[in-house]
Design a protein around this ligand. Structure first.
Ligand code: ZN
Length: 615
């Protein structure tokens, strides 16, 4: 204290502005009180974000059903101590308002408001956790109130009490004098021993929502004559992580440096938060499969001094926010104001959930591997490249049909297909995994086996022209080749690059690996090759109408893949069922399997369920 005075005198002597000493008790020049203190709630109604809980407390007071011990649990800065103080003031007030609040006029209220009430005793157990501290407190418990009805003992951070202090306290807690109310507060409820828990009425405080914090900060700003941008307050509220006190401290910090106007730009600079527009631009780049742009954005971010792990974590969280925003049912999980939720929902509507899941997973992997990576920049860049490739027509584990990867698809490279396994060990299928029953085969398919279509060995070159000689039935199953009308089509130029048969062959190889989650489909397209009919028209000959049906469901995706790989939008593949009878002895393995599946749909279900495939 002595040194404080020395500093103070020195400052006075030098005419230096001394706003606040370390103790906060000596104020000089214009009195400045931090917002968290200035706007500390003084009535139950002004407590932010705890309406249900304050309502219960008010009811208890109004009906005079007071417990002798309360336990307030919740993370820091959510209003536990404030509520305890309001509670203490209200139960001692002699003229409560009809709303059940303290009057702030009577003697008792004035004493509370001027911090000179003898009926409230606060003990910070974090620094006073010994037996002696508790004994002193117990001694005070014995003194009845001189004014008012109750003496309220608030023990903050009660979980910090030592074991012996707990024991010394237990008896008093169990049977305190009638004029005593204990309010224990803790951020770590699980550390409170059961003997204490069982003696208290427990109140769990909510984390304060972003929307509530923003609203409160707007009120504070209006009172202080500070202009604010909603986006800025949103950033502050997110940074505060559910704690109102932290939000107001950050608010003060930003307000101090922004001269009466809290802008989004000033806020993110002040708080060293990465501008969300970077994430927006990155997601656009992923959708456009624009590797170059995504790497350049990452470079920009690095040059701004942001840590790579911080960045990839932020990106993961942003994708998570988009994911929850995509579904009205989960929109409430997005902690933001309604405006921000709306914006995110609009952005998310353009993205397929599968893309978001996979993107989140990639970010998570990068975060997980970050520490071990010897070249961290490389790790992040590789992750960004993978993110850009997510929208290639790669395996869709959900088994959902095409058209759902809506407007984003186009193609650059394929992801590698998993190695086929002969007999997977029986394993329970995940409960959520959709099982897709095979389409019941038309009766004709059973009795009219067709000309075998030998799967060409991968290493053998094959001529497309040679296969076009087969006869085809009239029952050509032609599936819609355009994306579903619900999906806005991407605006693209018509591509017409020339291509050779070898190009088609390579492209077909990629198509074959594109559906590892659909073994039936993979089996069919592995056993067939597109035959050029004329110009850019190709036909895929399959054995049965059922096969045609299975291929038909993914035909749009297959066509798009081919067009992207060949960079030619005129390419058109159709499916046709071959006619002709050959003895079953000449059937390929795939045809034998088809025959079995056609006769025994349960086998088909099993194949789909365990994702079996012919090898
Ligand atoms: Zn009063």
């Amino acid at each position: 204290m002595a040194s404080e005075w020395v500093v103070a005198k020195k400052c006075l002597y030098l005419h230096l502005p001394l706003a606040l000493t370390s103790g906060g008790s000596f104020l000089y020049m214009e009195q400045y009180i931090v917002s968290a203190r200035k706007y500390r709630p003084s009535t139950f109604a002004s407590v932010v974000g705890q309406q249900a809980l304050t309502g219960t407390l008010k009811n208890a007071i109004a009906t005079d059903r007071l417990a002798h011990a309360y336990l307030f649990c919740g993370s820091r800065g959510v209003g536990k101590t404030s509520c305890a103080r309001i509670f203490a003031k209200t139960i001692n007030c002699t003229a409560r308002t009809p709303q059940g609040e303290a009057c702030n006029q009577c003697d008792s209220c004035r004493q509370f408001n001027e911090n000179r009430s003898m009926n409230i005793i606060e003990l910070d157990a974090a620094s006073n956790n010994g037996v002696d501290d508790i004994r002193q407190l117990v001694d005070q418990v014995m003194v009845p109130p001189s004014v008012g009805r109750y003496r309220v003992f608030i023990i903050d951070e009660v979980h910090m009490l030592s074991q012996s202090a707990f024991n010394a306290f237990l008896k008093t807690l169990e049977e305190p004098p009638s004029y005593v109310v204990f309010i224990l507060a803790t951020t770590e409820k699980h550390k409170i021993i059961p003997t204490i828990l069982s003696r208290c009425q427990i109140y769990d405080f909510n984390r304060i929502s972003i929307a509530d914090m923003v609203k409160h900060m707007q009120a504070v700003a209006a009172n202080e004559g500070i202009e604010t941008e909603p986006a800025a307050l949103n950033v502050i509220a997110r940074k505060a992580d559910g704690a109102m006190r932290d939000a107001l401290s950050i608010f003060d910090q930003v307000a101090a440096s922004s001269r009466g106007k809290i802008t989004y730009q000033a806020t993110i600079e002040n708080l060293n938060v990465l501008d969300q527009s970077y994430y927006n631009r990155l997601v656009d780049a992923f959708v456009a499969q624009d590797v170059a742009t995504s790497l350049l954005i990452y470079k920009e971010i690095r040059e701004k001094g942001f840590d790579s792990q911080f960045f990839i974590n932020g990106l993961g969280l942003y994708l998570r926010d988009l994911m929850v925003a995509a579904n009205p049912a989960t929109l409430t999980l997005l902690e933001a104001t309604d405006d921000v939720r709306q914006q995110m929902a609009e952005r998310a509507a353009k993205l397929h959930p599968t893309f978001l899941y996979k993107a989140m997973s990639l970010c998570n992997d990068a975060d997980f591997n970050f520490r071990q990576a010897s070249n961290k920049q490389f790790l992040i860049e590789l992750t960004l490249i993978k993110l850009c490739q997510l929208l290639s027509p790669s395996p869709d584990e959900s088994g959902s049909d095409e058209g759902q990867m809506r407007p984003l698809e186009s193609f650059t490279t394929s992801s590698p297909a998993p190695h086929p396994i002969d007999i997977p060990a029986p394993q329970p299928a995940p409960a959520a995994a959709p099982t897709k029953a095979p389409t019941p085969a038309a009766p004709a398919a059973v009795h009219a086996p067709v000309q075998p279509v030998a799967p060409p060995p991968a290493a053998t070159a094959y001529s497309l022209g040679g296969l076009s000689l087969r006869s085809r039935g009239a029952s050509a199953a032609k599936a819609p080749t355009e994306p579903s009308p619900a999906a806005p089509a991407p605006v693209e130029l018509h591509r017409s690059k020339p291509y050779s048969d070898a190009d088609v062959e390579r492209a077909w190889g990629t198509v074959r690996r594109s559906f590892p989650a659909e073994p039936m489909l993979t089996g069919i397209i592995e056993a067939a090759v597109p035959a050029r009919k004329d110009g850019d028209s190709f036909e895929l000959a399959v054995g049965t109408p059922m096969q045609a049906d299975i291929v038909g469901k993914q035909l749009a995706t297959i066509n798009r893949t081919l067009r992207n790989l060949l960079e030619n939008d005129s390419v058109e593949l159709t499916v046709a069922v071959c006619e002709g009878e050959i003895p079953p002895a000449f059937w390929t393995d795939a045809q034998v399997l088809d025959h079995i599946v056609a006769n025994h749909p349960a086998v088909g279900q099993l194949i789909n369920k365990y994702k079996l495939r012919l090898d």
